[in-house]
Ligand binder design. Structure first.
Ligand code: SAH
Length: 402
């Protein structure tokens, strides 16, 4: 028989004896799903990988395969590194009328393992006539299409369809590939998207025209504060039964007022889901070549908002403490007042030659990178015309990647 003729089936293996012969990396990859199926899994192998040895929920026997090992088995996987042994296992399974997968030469087995995928109650299996890369690639493509909402389920009651409420979603630092899978999936289900300036704009462009996109910066707010106006839009649309995605740049709780929106929705009785995001504070330096920590160099990194000046009555930052530390300082919203921040850090004892990295529009095609020192960075930022949004990294790590 050829694997092309394989008949795709789902096995209910709970409590049934399954024998896996071999304990190397091939067996290791098959075992988790077998264990999850509730099968009574027996592994017989001369040698096991540390991962196989540590697996809970299997009976491990360390010896060679023998005749009789398949006694009582419902399903067998021959995954040793010895073709002759695998052939003997297939032969014994055949004589006992037990289906057997042969890992090294799939076409010689009486069963084949599909590339599989579990997604919100769906089980999907793909066979490609023995072309493993093809079946795996198609499986992965199906998963991505489901996650991005490109394949939708018919019917309002299909599982996974969100029926209302608000999702507070972190959009990542700008590059659409840096948004979480969950965030992408919820965005694909949105009826309304309320987006910040720093949310990944390319993702908004991809949305279907029937989805209402509201630019949070442009919501008219009359006598109400802007944040109140945003909260009101979220609540009003959710009350109309719409599913609202509140899309923010980076992570919704890093200097993004996300928790104020949670409180407002909670007070209005609107359910909110939070989807964390990749924060620009870490990702933007990383993609410009700078790790925020490095062994032996710093034991702390501090993310600081520069939206008020040092010494301002509303400032909650202890700049003297930041100056006294040796670790990394990541400044957000700090372009406008960089002179004051550099001054207070220098006066507090940070060395003048402390490396500084400045990244404008990080992770996007418009990214600009500037490298300087603490004493010179204000002047450089002005002469180079750096504008927000920009991240300023101060500390020894900022010298990396130059
Ligand atoms: N919640 C966001 C930060 C919001 S505060 C996050 O977690 O990333 C806005 C500030 O973030 C900007 O003024 C800028 O300092 C920084 N920022 C956000 N995205 C950026 C980007 N792509 N490049 C550089 N700085 C960015």
């Amino acid at each position: 028989m050829s694997t092309d003729d394989a008949y795709l089936v789902g096995l209910r293996l709970a409590g049934k004896k399954v024998v896996v012969v071999g304990g190397g990396t091939v067996a290791q990859r098959r075992l988790p799903l077998l264990i999850a199926s509730g099968a009574d899994v027996h592994v017989i192998t001369k040698a096991a990988t540390p991962v196989v040895e540590a697996l809970d929920g299997i009976t491990l026997t360390l010896r060679e395969f023998r005749d009789g090992d398949l006694e009582g088995a419902w399903y067998v996987i021959a995954a040793t590194d010895d073709p002759a042994v695998n052939a003997a296992i297939v032969a014994e399974a055949e004589s006992r009328r037990v289906f057997c997968v042969r890992a090294d030469i799939a076409i010689e087995g009486t069963a084949v393992t599909p590339a599989t995928l579990d997604y919100e109650g769906l089980s999907i299996g793909v066979l490609a006539g023995g072309e493993h890369r093809r079946s795996a690639a198609i499986r992965t493509a199906i998963r991505e299409a489901l996650q991005q909402g490109l394949i939708a389920e018919a019917g309002e009651d299909a599982p996974g369809v969100i029926k209302g409420g608000v999702a507070l979603v972190g959009g990542g630092p700008g590059d659409p590939e840096l948004m979480t899978v969950r965030g992408r999936r919820l965005l694909a289900h949105a009826d309304v998207v309320v987006a910040d300036r720093l949310a990944p704009q390319e993702l908004l462009a991809e949305l279907s025209p029937d989805i209402e996109v509201i630019d949070a910066a442009k919501i008219p707010y009359g006598r109400a504060m802007a944040q109140d106006a945003i909260n009101n839009v979220l609540i009003d649309r959710a009350r109309e039964g719409k599913f609202v995605v509140r899309l923010k740049g980076g992570d919704p709780f890093v200097f993004a007022r996300g928790y104020e929106e949670i409180i407002a929705c909670a007070e209005a009785g609107i359910p909110v889901t939070v989807v964390p995001g990749v924060t620009s504070a870490i990702a933007v330096p990383a993609l410009a070549g700078v790790p925020v920590t490095h062994r032996g160099m710093n034991h702390e990194f501090v993310v600081v908002s520069g939206h008020v000046a040092p010494g301002h009555p509303e400032s909650l930052t202890n700049w003297d403490a930041l100056a006294a530390m040796t670790g990394t300082i990541v400044l957000l919203m700090a372009v406008e007042r960089i002179e004051q921040f550099a001054k207070v850090l220098l006066e507090g004892g940070r060395p003048a030659d402390t490396p500084v990295l400045v990244v404008q529009h990080g992770t996007t095609t418009a990214q600009r990178v500037l490298r300087s020192t603490l004493s010179e960075v204000p002047e450089r930022i002005r002469s180079d015309g750096v504008r927000p949004p920009a991240i300023i990294v101060i500390g020894p790590v900022a010298a990396f990647g130059a």
